[in-house]
Structures are given as structure tokens and as C-alpha cells.
Design a protein around this ligand. Structure first.
Ligand code: PLP
Length: 378
């Protein structure tokens, strides 16, 4: 009988900047007497992030959700936007907050991303854009999505909340679509405690986003449209500047842990693992397994509960499916019969603990417990 962990093993532990380096940055901010309103730290962070992410233009925001909401405003979207139900609530909610109807499209079984072959059948005269998500950092089929968008004159906003530093054949993920949104929430591989960014190819879009995050004010001619307060402050920007130096190491360690999980859980029947895609530079934001009760012996929900008993805090990521939320379940595209893959994936996926400070022995024990619970001799 394996013993539970003495203390909870959480799904994530935030990356923290070196405290001495952070103190130095705080002193600089104190001396500047500027805590917010597009100060030097925010400007420096925007410059460094746009180079790091290979973006032509980039703006930072107080969080990723506000950034997504403003991306819709910047592109003047209306009517209907086609998106995925297998995502965090903020994706669909950013549309609803703009009085746009989310239209849910089913996903692919292998990548969990929107199925591009089903997008065209969802397009109506009201459709203005597609909002796909690079789920768990795995890139969408960006080529097919671009072809569809060009054919129908639609905009594309990628929810790249999970895809920091991902590349497809050396092309940065930020180079696809009209706008990409990155979340810098502290549960992400790179963060500013709370925060987010939009990347653009068109400088006019950045100009509008910068105005909209600052109450719709433009320095030259005063208020010109109803904006909001989506500014990032100087202290959080300082965290972002420091963590940019550490994120490479964080991703490298996560890759090692992912490979250890893969080695130890390989060939456990009923447990399916994601594999790296050859032409993708991955960032390892989550370690996700799929649990098939008929082969493994326990359902995903049963495994989740049993792991809790061992002090292992996993997460049913994304469950429930957005299309099954009370607020969306009655729209026609949310029907379970039109989203069979997404409903199946949401019932079977489980994210296991993964962060750069995890030790190998914890991964080894978690895998031994998973094998034991599935009735494997270990
Ligand atoms: C896919 C996805 N989209 C949007 C968001 C919203 O980002 P934020 O938490 O920075 O508002 C998240 C956050 O976790 C997310 O996972």
C-alpha cells in the first residue's frame, strides 16, 4: 500500500522572481514615483515581450480576459463568432460581454483544438470572426483556419493563453491571425501575477487597444470612445521583466518532468498521453492524461477523487464544458449531439501536477500511485 504525500502536491506552484532582484526593481519604482499609467516598467516589458514572442506590436493588460474583450472591440466584431467549447470560460464570456453570440464548434480528438473541417458549416451571414484556442499550448491548424477566414472575410483572434513561446516551424505563434491573446495569470508558465497581452501585425490595432485599455482616451484629442481600465501597473510589470529571464529555465524543467511522466505512464492501458509534435516548439504548460474506464478500471472522476486521497491535487481541465454552462446550454450550437468529441474529451481529461520546482521523486510517486490505482503491479 502506497502512502499519501505528507503535504498536498498542487497542480501548479507559481514561478517567483529572485527576491533581491525584485527588491531592486521596487526601489527603482519608488524613486520614479510612478506606480501605473504606462510607466517605464510597462514600456520596457512591452518592448522585451514583443521581441521574445516575435510580435510586430504588443500591448499588456491587467489580465487576459480584459485583453480578449478589448481584442473584440478593436476589431469591431459583432453578430456571431465561432469558437471552441473546450476552453476556459473567459473565451466565450469575452464574446458575450461584447454582445456577440458564441457559436460552438466541435474539436479534434488528438489536439483538443477546434476542428477546422467543421468551421465552414457554422458560418452564417452574422459571422464576423473565428476565435480558436491553442489548448494546452498545442497549436491549432493555423493554415486551414487562415484559408477559411480569408475565403469568408472573417477576422481571427487566437486565444493563446496557454501558448507562451510556442512556435510552428520556427514561426512564433503570435504571427498567426489578426490578434493573439496571452494570459499572464500566475498559474501560467510565464506571468505578471495577473496580466495579459495582445499581439498585432497592424500598428493601428495596437493604437486602438492602448486607448481602449485607458478609458478610450487618446493623448492627442482626449476621450474618443468608451473604453475601460485594463492597465497593468509598474510593480506587476517589474515581475514580468524579471520572469522573462527565468522562463526559459522553467520551460526546460517542465520538459524534463513531462518526459519523465511520459516514460513512467507509457503503456498503462486506459491512460492516453499527448506526444510532442515534430515541427512544434512546445512550452509544456500542463501534463494532461485521458482516462478510459473500460481499460484503466477507474473513470476520470474516480481517479481524481482517489488522487485527492493521496494528497495529489489534479484538475479536470476543462470541465464542465463551456457549452454546458447554464448561460450557454440552450443555444443551438451548444447541443451535445453537435459536440460529441468535446463532450467526450471533457469527461475523460485530467491534468496532473506540473511546474518547474517539482522533484523527480514526486513524479515517480504520482505515477506509481496511478498504476497502483489502476490495478497494475508496481
Ligand atoms: C484558455 C484561456 N483563455 C483565457 C483565459 C483568461 O486569462 P486571465 O486569467 O489572464 O484573465 C485563461 C486563463 O486562465 C485561459 O486558460
Amino acid at each position: 500500500m502506497l502512502k499519501p504525500f505528507a503535504k498536498p502536491v498542487y497542480i501548479i506552484q507559481p514561478l517567483l522572481p529572485d527576491i533581491d532582484e525584485f527588491t531592486k526593481m521596487i526601489k527603482i519604482i519608488w524613486e520614479s514615483n510612478q506606480l501605473t499609467n504606462n510607466g517605464n516598467m510597462v514600456k520596457q516589458l512591452e518592448g522585451e515581450l514583443s521581441s521574445f514572442l516575435g510580435a510586430d506590436y504588443l500591448s499588456v493588460f491587467s489580465n487576459g480576459t480584459v485583453a480578449l474583450q478589448l481584442a473584440c472591440k478593436v476589431l469591431r466584431l459583432s453578430g456571431e463568432v465561432i469558437t471552441t467549447p473546450f476552453t476556459f470560460s473567459a473565451t466565450a464570456h469575452s464574446l458575450t460581454w461584447n454582445n456577440i453570440k458564441p457559436v460552438f464548434c466541435d474539436i479534434l480528438e488528438d489536439t483538443f483544438n477546434i476542428n477546422p473541417d467543421l468551421i465552414e458549416s457554422q458560418i452564417t451571414e452574422h459571422t464576423t470572426a473565428i476565435m480558436p484556442v491553442h489548448v494546452f499550448g498545442i497549436p491549432c491548424d493555423v493554415e486551414k483556419i487562415e484559408q477559411i477566414a480569408n475565403k469568408h472575410g472573417l477576422k481571427v483572434i487566437y486565444d493563446a493563453a496557454h501558448a507562451f513561446n510556442v512556435k510552428i516551424n520556427d514561426s512564433p505563434i503570435a504571427s498567426f491571425g489578426d490578434i493573439s491573446m496571452f494570459s499572464f495569470h500566475s498559474t501560467k508558465i510565464y506571468h505578471t501575477i495577473e496580466g495579459g497581452a495582445l499581439t498585432f501585425k497592424d500598428p493601428y490595432l495596437k493604437e486602438r487597444a492602448d486607448s481602449l485599455r485607458n478609458f478610450g482616451t487618446r493623448e492627442l484629442d482626449g476621450f474618443y470612445e468608451p473604453g475601460t481600465n485594463g492597465k497593468l501597473n509598474e510593480i506587476q510589470a517589474a515581475v514580468g521583466i524579471l520572469l522573462l529571464k527565468q522562463v526559459g529555465k522553467e520551460i526546460a524543467r517542465r520538459k524534463e518532468i513531462t518526459n519523465l511522466y511520459r516514460k513512467l505512464l507509457d503503456n498503462v492501458s486506459g491512460i492516453t498521453l499527448n506526444r510532442d509534435i515534430e515541427y512544434v516548439t512546445h512550452n509544456y504548460p500542463y501534463f494532461v492524461i485521458r482516462v478510459e474506464k473500460s481499460e484503466y478500471g477507474l473513470s476520470r472522476d474516480e481517479l481524481y477523487e482517489k488522487l485527492k486521497g493521496y494528497n495529489i491535487i489534479s484538475r479536470k481541465y476543462f470541465y464542465p464544458l463551456c457549452s454546458n454552462f447554464q448561460c450557454y446550454k440552450d443555444i443551438p450550437s451548444a447541443s451535445k449531439t453537435t459536440l460529441p468529441v468535446a463532450n467526450k474529451i471533457a469527461e475523460t481529461v485530467l491534468a496532473l501536477p506540473l511546474h518547474g520546482r517539482m522533484v523527480d521523486s514526486h513524479v515517480e510517486k504520482i505515477c506509481a500511485i496511478i498504476k497502483y490505482l489502476g490495478g497494475r503491479v508496481i
